[in-house]
Write a new protein. Structure first.
Length: 245
C-alpha cells in the first residue's frame, strides 16, 4: 500500500533530513510514526503527499509519487492535519464533507448518501449542519476525520490527531481511529495514543529508522526510547512502590 524505497531528502545541500529510508506498510495496517522533534516525521508525510520530492522512490499501491501521478495518488490518500482549523474551511461540517467529492465529479445524490453513511458510522449525525466556529476542538477534529472519510481514501495519514484535546475528546478521537478500516499512518508524540491505535511502530531518529516492529514491544523498551529522546508511554510506567512492598 505505502512504500519507501531508499528515500533520502535534504532541505539544504549535504544535510539529509531523511537518509536511505526504506519501509513498507501493507493494506489495512495501522502504523505509528514516532520520533523526537526534527526526526523527519513531517517530511515523510509531505513526501507521501507529493509536497516534497527527494531521492529514491515513494509508492502508493505500486504507483510512484511524482508530478504526473499526483491526482491519482491524492485520490487514494486522506490527510488529517494537526490543526483542524486549517482543514475545516467551509461554514458547516456538511459543506466541508461535500466539497472534495463534488470536486471529484460525483453527483450531489451520491455525495449526500456518502456523507450520511460516514456520519452514521462515526455516530456524528448531530454535527452535520453545525457551524464549524461553534463546535469544540474535539468535535472539529472528528469533523475533519469525517471529511476525509467522505472522500473514501484507501489510506489515511494523520499528524498529531490528539494534540490540544481534553481527555474526553481525546478518547473519542482514539476510539474513532481504532474503528477505521483504512490503512493508517499516524505521526504523533502521544505514545499512549499510538499504543492504543497502532499494531506497529516505526521509530525515526536522525532521519533513519531506529526501530520497526510491534507497537507494544517498541513502546515498552525504555532504553530504546530514551536513547532516541523519548520516554515510555504513561501506561507503561509502573510506579516503583505499587508492588505492595
Amino acid at each position: 500500500m505505502i512504500e519507501f524505497q531508499h528515500v533520502s531528502f535534504a532541505y539544504e545541500k549535504n544535510k539529509d533530513v531523511l537518509h536511505d529510508m526504506s519501509f513498507r506498510i501493507g493494506k489495512g495496517e495501522s502504523v505509528g510514526l514516532i520520533g523526537a522533534n526534527g526526526a523527519g516525521k513531517s517530511t515523510i508525510m509531505k513526501l507521501l503527499l507529493g509536497l516534497l520530492e527527494g531521492e529514491g522512490k515513494v509508492l502508493i499501491d505500486g504507483t510512484e509519487v511524482k508530478k504526473e501521478t499526483l491526482g491519482e495518488i491524492r485520490a487514494k490518500l486522506g490527510f488529517v492535519l494537526q490543526n483542524s482549523d486549517n482543514q475545516m474551511f467551509m461554514p458547516t461540517v456538511y459543506e466541508d464533507m461535500i466539497f472534495g467529492p463534488l470536486n471529484y465529479g460525483l453527483s450531489r445524490e451520491v455525495v449526500d448518501k456518502r456523507v450520511d453513511e460516514v456520519l452514521s458510522r462515526l455516530h456524528l449525525e448531530d454535527l452535520k449542519h453545525r457551524y464549524n466556529h461553534k463546535i469544540s476542538g474535539g468535535e472539529k477534529r472528528m469533523g475533519a476525520i469525517a471529511t476525509i472519510l467522505a472522500m473514501e481514501p484507501a489510506a489515511i495519514l494523520m499528524d498529531e490527531p490528539t494534540s490540544a484535546l481534553d481527555p474526553y475528546n481525546r478518547r473519542i478521537v482514539i476510539n474513532t481511529i481504532r474503528e477505521l478500516e483504512q490503512t493508517k499512518l499516524i505521526a504523533s508524540h502521544d505514545l499512549d495514543m499510538i499504543l492504543d491505535t497502532c499494531d506497529r511502530v516505526i521509530l525515526i531518529s536522525g532521519g533513519r529508522i531506529a526501530a520497526d516492529g510491534p507497537a507494544a514491544e517498541i513502546l515498552s523498551d525504555r532504553e530504546l526510547l530514551e536513547a532516541n529522546r523519548m520516554e515510555l508511554p504513561l501506561s507503561m510506567n509502573v510506579h516503583p512502590y505499587t508492588s505492595g512492598a
